[in-house]
Design a protein around this ligand. Structure first.
Ligand code: FAD
Length: 139
């Protein structure tokens, strides 16, 4: 079975709060651990960007579930590739919340300090997620 990585962007729909996020992460981590999925979810400026790593079958199955979730919409695949190794193997689903610290990272990988994952190329999105992961490790 091939190891793959999928990165998508989406927009929050309706009222979204801390408990909505906790609910998503709780279910995601439970399901991902069973399916051998690892990755990272970032939420900022009412947008999500998420990276899913795992077997082609598991990533597809999980992405299809995520697509049906009405808590977000305008779900767009930014990048999909077969990979040799995982970059988020320590996390069933790492989470990066919106913070001021993201502004320099946004500027580095996009045209502005404002987070908008629809304006990021696939390769830049991947590098941005790696930088966020490295910050997560160093705090
Ligand atoms: P159920 O909870 O019975 O869900 C049935 C269907 O309803 C699913 O299609 C689900 O998408 C939808 N749904 C569930 N709860 C709600 C709700 N409160 N409001 C609206 N629709 C709902 N799941 C993972 O397993 N792994 C992930 O990495 C992951 N990441 C996510 C990232 C985002 C941004 C979002 C919004 C959701 C994510 N989820 C993830 C949750 C996923 O969409 C499903 O809710 C979860 O996997 C449970 O689905 P289920 O079919 O097993 O069961």
């Amino acid at each position: 079975m091939y190891l793959t990585r999928l990165i998508y962007a989406s927009s929050v729909t309706g009222i979204f709060n801390e408990s909505s996020l906790e609910d998503i992460l709780k279910k995601a981590r439970l399901h991902n651990a069973k399916q051998g999925i690892t990755g990272m979810l970032c939420f900022s400026n009412n947008y999500f960007i998420q990276c899913l790593e795992g077997s082609r079958e598991s990533v597809n199955e999980t992405y299809n579930k995520i697509l049906k979730d009405t808590r977000h919409s305008n779900i767009v695949i930014i990048d999909y590739s077969e990979i040799c190794s995982r970059e988020f193997s320590s996390w069933d689903m790492a989470y990066v919340p919106a913070t001021k610290n993201m502004e320099p990272i946004n500027l580095k990988f996009t045209t502005s300090t404002e987070f908008n994952p629809y304006n990021i190329s696939g390769s830049a999105a991947f590098l941005m997620l790696l930088e966020l992961r490295n910050n997560l490790i160093s705090v």
